[in-house]
Design a protein around this ligand. Structure first.
Ligand code: SAH
Length: 355
């Protein structure tokens, strides 16, 4: 049985289906199961843009597949590269929505930051995507296509994927998990589980479900304040799911999957960068296997004027206070600001309207 968890209500789109489902689809289309294996590889390993590229598939099979729609529904509109080696991919979906992925270079690695939604319903005070509101969920194929199309465009292999682009992955749960399985599947993309990170603002029931899926990818929690009242002001999701509940789920995740959870922290001057914030955050981090990533707030136009990045010396002190309490804490270097591809800067309303 094929479960059409994707946008199509008639036949499912082959892109984003698991191997077993692709075999079933091949059979439904009158082909032996092994044709499904071939199709699966073309879609998820090679990332074909047209079924004509799938040269070992019989013409009649290709024609039936074409009738279901093109193999890839995203179109690459633009790739902007910054002097620091980072970059931003802009894609258009079939329904005309624009979505972005960011490329973050590193020592011996290249990380792609993928989007799971067009816009985002969570409206964190400091995030550009939130200003767009929620527009659409991406399907698993569209999440994977960001990786596959970026890989084809680049000379270097993409070694790591972080679900830190536009949207809240755990509010688009099925597509997120489906895409994770294919990223990890050696017959598809085949990344190691430690090279894939899902970042969430905190949806505890979905964190628990993810722990049960067996994918065991890394989890990052956007903490941004150890205090419920402050967090509720800057990340309104906290009014629905408290930090306490989110951290309890993060702890269960860490223990169930035997992985360290990353606690993300965008340092905002005088709002979450005081010594008492560092001390309370250290207590949280000490409760379960974790590390803290501090990143100075990235500038976002149209932000509340009260939200200013912490000065570098304040960030340094904050991290030192954490380390003094034996917390593994790092300052994450901001990359991609020049092309507005840094964390929280992805939006397709103001800077891309001309396209
Ligand atoms: N919705 C998910 C993933 C998308 S955002 C989440 O909230 O985790 C990826 C990371 O960028 C999150 O930690 C988010 O809080 C952070 N972020 C958003 N806006 C930012 C900004 N202006 N400066 C720095 N980090 C920001």
């Amino acid at each position: 049985m094929i479960t059409p968890s994707q946008k199509e209500t008639t036949a499912p789109r082959p892109k984003g289906l698991a191997l077993e489902e692709t075999r079933a689809l091949a059979k439904d289309l009158g082909e032996p199961a092994y044709r499904g294996d071939q199709l699966f590889g073309w879609l998820h390993k090679t990332g074909v843009q047209s079924y004509d590229e799938a040269t070992n598939l019989p013409k009649r099979f290709r024609a039936k597949l074409e009738a279901l729609g093109p193999p890839t529904t995203l179109a690459l509109v633009e790739f902007s590269e910054a002097p620091d080696g980072s970059g931003k991919f802009l894609f258009r979906t079939e329904s005309g929505e624009l979505v972005e992925s960011a490329l973050i270079p590193g020592e011996g690695r290249a990380t792609l930051c993928v989007s799971t939604q067009v816009g985002c319903p969570l409206d964190c005070a400091f995030c550009a995507t939130g200003k767009m509101g929620f527009r659409a969920n991406l399907d698993a194929g569209e999440i994977l296509d960001q990786y596959l199309m970026a890989s084809r465009r680049l000379d270097v292999p993409i070694t790591n994927v972080v679900y830190m682009g536009m949207g809240e992955p755990l509010l688009n749960y099925d597509a997120t998990v489906r895409s994770l399985r294919l990223l990890l599947d050696e017959r598809a993309i085949g990344l190691g589980r430690k090279r894939v990170t899902v970042s969430t603002a905190g949806v505890p029931p979905a964190i628990d479900r993810l722990a049960d899926e067996g994918v065991r990818v890394k989890l990052a929690i956007s903490v941004h304040s150890p205090f419920e009242d402050v967090r509720s002001r800057i990340a309104p999701v906290n009014r629905k799911y408290s930090l306490a509940d989110t951290l309890a789920a993060a702890e269960r995740y860490a223990r169930a999957t035997d992985t360290r959870v990353t606690l993300e922290y965008a340092a905002i001057a005088n709002i979450n960068d005081r010594d008492e914030d560092a001390r309370a955050l250290a207590k949280i981090a000490g409760r379960f296997p974790s590390k803290v990533n501090v990143i100075p707030l990235n500038p976002v136009p149209e932000l509340d004027e009260a939200l200013v990045p912490s000065p570098p010396e304040r960030v340094e002190r904050f991290v030192e206070l954490l380390r003094a309490k034996n917390v593994d804490a790092f300052v994450r270097k901001t990359v991609g600001r020049e092309v507005e591809a840094a964390c929280g800067q992805l939006t397709t309303t103001h800077n891309t309207r001309h396209l």
